[in-house]
Design a protein around this ligand. Sequence first.
Ligand code: AMP
Ligand code: ZN
Length: 494
Amino acid sequence: MKLFEQQELTVYNSLSKTKEKFTPIHKGAIGMYVCGPTVYSNVHMGNCRTFLSFDLIFRYLKHLGYKVRYVRNITDAGHLENDGESGDDPILKKARIEKLEPMEVVQKYTVDFHKIMAKFNALPPSIEPTATGHIIEQIQIVEKIIAEGYAYEKNGSVYFDVVKFNEAHTYGKLSGRQLEDMITNTRELAAQSEKKNPQDFALWKKAEPQHIMRWPSPWSDGFPGWHLECTAMSTKYLGNNFDIHGGGMDLKFPHHECEIAQAEASTKQSPVNYWLHTNMLTLNGKKMAKSTGNNILPNELFSGENDVLSKAFSPTVAKFFMYQAHYRSILDFSNEALLASEKGFNRLMEAYYNISSLSASDKSSFNVTQWKQSCYDAMNDDFNSPVLIAQLFEGAKFINSVKDGSETITEADIQLLEATMRSFIFDVLGLVDTASENTNDGNKLSETVELLIALRNQARTNKDFATSDRIRDELLEIGIQLKDGKDGTSFSIN
Ligand code: AMP
Ligand code: ZN
């Protein structure tokens, strides 16, 4: 029996605004789509929070025994400034500034994104499609929407007719916005636009001469609207109706609202059963964002090179810090909070490694089976990682009490405790024991330097001063200083 048949998972669905029992369309298999990054600059910690929240969800679903097809796209075209609607294309802008081909910009930041995700030990998605790789599919959807009567062409561009759509469907059901209110608020803008109504959004844009990312279409040489790529790629790989669609809360409107409208208009089906939205990581109480510069980059965190940081933090500690908050809560980034998380993480790891040295008794003074189920209950309750971590600390407290003799545990419970801790810490949360990793690397480095010191001593004994000096000088060049004293040679690393 698979774990998912024993555990009842509930998820908060942003569409119904309630927690619902999770039932996938096909038993044992899940389709999940998450909006990926727009690749014109390095991802910041806010972006990382969203992707790491979905990594946790992906990991837990897999842990429960589901076969998950996780699709996360790369936005490499069509996402204009101002909510993807008007103004410059940031990829083209960056290409102009850096004198690069737009696809060089895309490549550079896609590679950076992958590197950062690997540092965080995030699992790669099952499919990572790009907008530019799905232009034909996007054009086909525009044709369908026009055929259904929900889009119109104007001067080579095609717009989605929101008012027409709203006559037979509900536009605004995800974000809770009323079309009438939106129209009242934007009445005066309507005149300057090609659109019939300011709420209409672009499905296809005719490219201006300077817009070099362009493709032929029945309407013009142009490019797709931002919202269209996610409809094209999610339905292509997951079907017209799939289980989970995720992204940051800031994407609910207009991006996800428009995705629902496009899918309903072209397939007559509701595309997604469960909409999951992550809350924002803030810095100084304000949303971390690329555009405002109010952000911290992961590499600044790993090196400590940012004024708000007193030291460097490992990717695992940063992840632990983020998972100590629920994915739907706002989380404020601060040096103090990271320091506290680092301490907590080290305490948890120390307790985990103490398990192997516990001595067994014939009775357990703590119900390990029940505790294990509380770990599952936490994750079954809309992936409540802070409650899971609190449960792991309960386990750690018990381990420490057994160690100091105030509690007892049986051999079978030692095994159960170890296996449960291991699977939640490493598989579900995807944390890495950086302390022991560093120590291992540190040991390897010391052993290597000790070997070089021995070779240098041998060279000196043989009066081969060229070799002995070379070892000393070249080590110094890479920041390792040898010090000769009366007890032999020691070294320091600068
Ligand atoms: P973008 O590259 O701007 O399309 O953003 C990629 C993802 O990061 C989207 O799902 C956004 O919702 C999410 N995101 C952007 N800023 C933040 C933030 N401050 N906190 C959490 N998620 C964010
Ligand atoms: Zn999207």
